[in-house]
Design a protein around this ligand. Structure first.
Ligand code: ATP
Ligand code: MG
Length: 366
C-alpha cells in the first residue's frame, strides 16, 4: 500500500521471558515513550509476545505467565500510557496465528536459515545439539504476522531485530506481488546512538540479554544496581594505578556512559568535566580513577531508574488494574488484527463464506 496515504502506526513488543532491562530501555522502550508523547502517530501498539516466548520455553509456560505481568509493569512504569498506547497479548489474537500460517509459504527454509540473529540464538540456546524446534526456527515469520496485522509503518527496535524487519518486508513484497497491494511495508527505527542499539551486558558480552543473565533490570533496587556495577563491570585491566593512562576500548563503564550520560549529568554529579569527551580525555591521560567513573555511572543510572521504580511500586499495588489494561488493550487489538486478516483472506480469495460470488464461479465449471 502507498505509504504516503497510510496512517502512521507503530507496532513493537517484547517476549515475556523476564523483567525488562536497561538494554530494552535504551534499545526500544525509551523511544516508544517519546514517540507516544510526540503525538505524531495515529496508533501505537505494544505486543507482549507470549506465543513467541513459547518457541523456546515450551516446557515452562509458568515462566511466561509470571513474566507477562512483569513486562506489563515495566511498560507502565517507564511511562507507556494505556490511554495513548494499546498494550495487548499475542496469544489472545487468533488473526496472528492464521497470518503466520499463510506467510510460512512465502519464505523458504533456506532464507530462514540465513537470519543472523536466529543463527546466534540457536547457538546460544544449544538448539544446534539438542534439536531445533520448528516454531523457534520460524519465529521471524510470526513477527511478520505481528507487524503486518497492525498495519505498522514504524517498528522501534534494537539492532538485533533488523533481520526480522527485513524478513517482514520481503514477505510483504511477495504477498503484494502475488495477491495485489494488501499489506503495509514497515520500516525499522533503531536508536541513533550506536551503543543504545545493542547495549552490552554488565559482563561486557555483546548483548545485555535476559537469557545471558548479564542484566541490570529496570526494577532492580539501588543496592543490586550498585553491586552489578562495582562487582561485575570491567574497566581497563591495565589501569592499575590512578596515574596510569586508561583505555576506553572494551571498557564497559565508558560504554554505558556513552549510552546514558548527558552534559546535564556532569553539571549535577561531576562538575569538574563539562561533558563525556573531557572525562574520557582525562581518563586516557591518566589521573582519573575507576572508582570515580563507576560512582558517576551509578548516579547517572539512578537518576533514570529511581522514578521508574517509584512508578512500578504504585502499579504493583494494583495488579487488578493492570489486568484490566491488558484485557481492554487486547480486545481492541483483536478487532484490529481481525480486520487485517479479513483483508488478507479477501486478497487471497479464500474468504469463501464472506462472499457468495464463488458460487457463480463454481457453476461456470459445469
Ligand atoms: P530474550 O533473551 O528472551 O530474547 P531479550 O533480552 O533479547 O530476551 P527481547 O524481548 O527479545 O529481549 O527484545 C525486546 C526488544 O528489546 C527488541 O526490540 C530488542 O531489539 C530490544 N533489545 C533487547 N536487548 C537489547 C540490548 N541489549 N540492547 C538494545 N536493545 C535490546
Ligand atoms: Mg531477544
Amino acid at each position: 500500500m502507498e505509504e504516503k496515504t497510510q496512517k502512521q502506526i507503530i507496532l513493537t513488543g517484547d517476549r515475556p521471558t523476564g523483567r525488562l532491562h536497561l538494554g530494552h530501555y535504551v534499545g526500544s522502550l525509551k523511544r516508544r515513550v517519546e514517540l507516544q508523547n510526540s503525538g505524531k502517530f495515529d496508533e501505537i501498539n505494544i505486543l507482549i509476545a507470549d506465543d513467541q516466548a513459547l518457541t523456546d520455553n515450551v516446557d515452562n509456560p509458568g515462566k511466561i505467565r509470571d513474566n507477562m505481568i512483569q513486562v506489563a509493569l515495566d511498560y507502565l512504569s517507564v511511562g507507556l500510557d494505556p490511554n495513548k498506547t494499546t498494550i495487548c497479548v499475542q496469544s489472545a489474537l487468533p488473526a496472528l496465528h492464521a497470518l503466520t500460517f499463510y506467510y510460512m509459504n512465502l519464505v523458504t527454509t533456506a532464507r530462514l536459515s540465513r537470519n543472523p540473529t536466529v543463527k546466534a540464538e540457536i547457538q546460544m540456546r544449544g538448539f544446534a545439539d539438542e534439536g531445533l524446534p520448528a516454531g523457534f526456527f520460524a519465529y521471524p515469520v510470526s513477527q511478520a504476522a505481528d507487524i503486518t496485522a497492525f498495519d505498522a509503518t514504524v517498528v522501534p527496535v534494537g539492532e538485533d531485530q533488523l533481520p526480522m524487519i527485513e524478513q517482514t518486508r520481503e514477505i510483504v513484497e511477495k504477498f503484494n506481488k502475488i495477491y495485489g497491494e494488501t499489506l503495509v511495508l514497515p520500516k525499522a527505527m533503531i536508536p541513533e546512538n550506536e551503543t543504545q542499539r545493542r547495549l552490552p551486558g554488565v559482563d561486557g558480552k555483546a548483548k545485555m540479554s535476559k537469557s545471558l543473565g548479564n542484566c541490570i533490570y529496570l526494577s532492580d533496587d539501588p543496592k543490586t544496581v550498585k553491586k552489578q556495577i562495582n562487582g561485575k563491570m570491567f574497566t581497563d585491566p591495565q589501569h592499575l594505578r590512578i596515574e596510569d593512562p586508561g583505555h576506553l576500548e572494551g571498557n564497559v563503564v565508558f560504554t554505558y556512559l556513552d549510552a546514558f550520560c548527558t552534559d546535564a549529568h556532569f553539571a549535577e554529579f561531576l562538575p569538574e568535566y563539562a561533558n563525556l569527551d573531557e572525562m574520557k580525555t582525562h581518563y586516557q591521560r591518566g589521573g582519573l580513577g575507576d572508582g570515580t567513573c563507576k560512582k558517576f555511572l551509578i548516579n547517572v543510572l539512578e537518576e533514570e531508574l529511581a522514578p521508574i521504580r517509584a512508578e512500578r511500586a504504585k502499579w504493583q499495588a494494583d495488579i487488578d488494574s493492570v489486568y484490566d489494561i491488558l484485557r481492554d488493550g487486547t480486545a481492541k487489538a483483536v478487532e484490529k488484527t481481525n480486520t487485517t486478516l479479513a483483508r488478507v483472506r479477501k486478497a487471497m480469495r479464500i474468504d469463501y463464506f464472506d462472499d457468495r460470488s464463488i458460487v457463480k464461479e463454481w457453476k461456470k465449471l459445469f
